[in-house]
Write a protein that binds this ligand. Sequence first.
Ligand SMILES: [Fe+2]
Length: 226
Amino acid sequence: MPSSATRVRSSREGVVRASRLVAKPRARSAEGAGGAAGTASHAGPQACFPKLAPLIAYLQGLKGRADLKVLDGMLKGLKLTRADIEKACVFGVSGYRRNTIASNAHFELLALTWRSGHCTPIHDHTGVSCAFRVVEGTGTEVRFVKTPCGLACPVGSTPMPPGYVCSAEENDIHQVANHQGPGKDLVTLHIYSPRIKKMKTYEFRVSLGAEGCDSYRRNGKPGKGR
Ligand SMILES: [Fe+2]
């Protein structure tokens, strides 16, 4: 997959820089993006996932971008366990997986599955209403803000237990992760409206070290200028 990420040339620990707004069709570390893993059925998504039938009916009736507050309210009103969407809970190996439950041009409803350590790229939500509910496990949302120098800085993290609903505003920058220990899965139910075609992602700036300093070590070895 081609990347337009900008290489960073100076050191700034603890900050990230917009990587020339890497425009990619989907999060780089996600598997199964756009796929209908585990949901194949001639019965349709409402029959496969009856607990989601009212939500799917609403989404299928959209004529344009959904209102974020409406999505937030509908997700908060769900009573949902992993068993209710088990058919869509296919896990990735190298990264989290996006499993499509239902979609059209105006929305996509996905079950995202995460093993311990899986995480999204740092990203924003330009042009897309995004809301999700934690179904199983505890997720972590790390938030970032843009700074006057053009970098983005982490400003905090929020643990997201089962039932937690996260709604991301247009310019919110965040990363979602499963920081739980090995063997502890995370399952989340996501709505995007319209479907994501491109996502703006950000990367941590790579430090080349301080000038005039030879006391830092890299990988245990002395490094001039580190
Ligand atoms: Fe997001």
